[in-house]
Design a binder for this molecule. Structure first.
Ligand code: C2E
Ligand code: MG
Ligand code: MG
Ligand code: MG
Length: 286
């Protein structure tokens, strides 16, 4: 019986792996057409200046509206896009779309907003990710390099690759700011903060979650903020969900805040309404 069960369990396990692989293949196939079929959508999450609540930046977050599965979150398809190489075309589309949106808002007379765009490490290795081309797109849209920020992750800086270094240098020489995303979850080697030209650190949500309960998390946040400021880097806290977290970070000298407490990621229309009203997103202090 044990042997029988064992075998069943094994075949069940194998089937589920096969199933997983099948879902993956299906998603990869669908993803290949998602750009062409207009199934990708950009959402915009407000980033506020923490001391004033002023909305001055937004993070661009991609979503996939799959014809059968409905909305799919980027955590469920970015890794597939990376493994299949689709992330290159997708990344170029995301950038163009964000630039077009920014241009439209500018033409409508909206308050200026800086868009923070996520990039995948994979893009930096490929010739198709052409920094000069992106800069040309900005210029053609009547925008400047100060209108966008590139979000990268810690791992990219650890690669020690000439291609990566060259692209980061090109961004920096063109005056495009770089933000280090999910700071504290990766290698957190401090050497690269000096080696590379980094304008913003984004403290990962992990350190914010229990900020009000966990003195260690608060200590880590304070240390990151002091260190960043000494290096001339501004700090954005991610994943702020409560008033208390916001005020603790403000007291700690954090520059910018992003999280559900201020606003969830919004579609372009909803975001534009907030931008047009320029209503302060800073809720009353607790
Ligand atoms: P990320 O860049 O760290 O983005 C922040 C994530 O935290 C977003 O998830 C956002 O919706 C979520 N978030 C924001 N505020 C809160 C909060 O207060 N509480 C909680 N629990 N979550 C919050 P999302 O949109 O699902 O994106 C997940 C990840 O997918 C992103 O993490 C980023 O790594 C990747 N991603 C998203 N859009 C793009 C893109 O256009 N290109 C690339 N390469 N990656 C992207
Ligand atoms: Mg990000
Ligand atoms: Mg970042
Ligand atoms: Mg992040």
């Amino acid at each position: 019986v044990a042997k029988q069960q064992g075998r069943n369990r094994l075949s069940y396990f194998t089937a589920s792996l096969q199933e997983q692989a099948q879902v993956r293949r299906m998603l990869a196939n669908d993803l290949r057409q998602a750009v062409a079929k207009n199934q990708l959508h950009l959402h915009y999450q407000p980033i506020v200046e923490i001391s004033t609540g002023r909305l001055i930046k937004a993070e661009v977050l991609v979503r996939w509206l799959h014809p059968k599965q409905g909305w799919i979150s980027p955590s469920d398809f970015i890794h597939i896009a990376e493994e299949t190489g689709i992330v290159l075309e997708m990344g170029n589309w995301i950038f163009s779309q964000a630039v077009a949106q920014l241009k439209a808002w500018k033409e409508q007379g909206m308050a200026p907003i800086q868009l923070s765009i996520n990039t995948s490490p994979k893009q930096y290795y490929e010739a198709e990710f052409d920094v000069a081309q992106w800069l040309q797109e900005l210029q053609d849209a009547g925008l400047s390099s100060a209108d966008v920020v590139m979000e990268i992750t810690e791992g990219l800086l650890m690669e020690n690759s000439p291609q990566v270094d060259q692209k980061l240098l090109a961004l920096s020489e063109a005056g495009v700011a770089v933000a280090l995303d999910d700071f504290g979850t990766g290698y957190s080697s401090l050497a690269y903060l000096q080696k590379f030209d980094i304008e913003f650190l984004k403290i990962d949500r992990m350190f914010i979650e229990n900020l009000a309960q966990d003195g260690d998390d608060l200590a880590v946040c304070k240390a990151i903020i002091v260190m960043a400021h000494k290096l001339g880097i501004e700090v954005i806290a991610e994943g702020i969900e409560t008033a208390l977290q916001a005020s603790l970070l403000e007291e700690a000298g954090c520059d910018y805040a992003q999280g559900f407490w201020f606003s969830e990621p919004l579609n372009a229309q909803d975001f534009a309404e907030i931008l047009a009203g320029q209503a302060s997103l800073l809720p009353p202090k607790c």
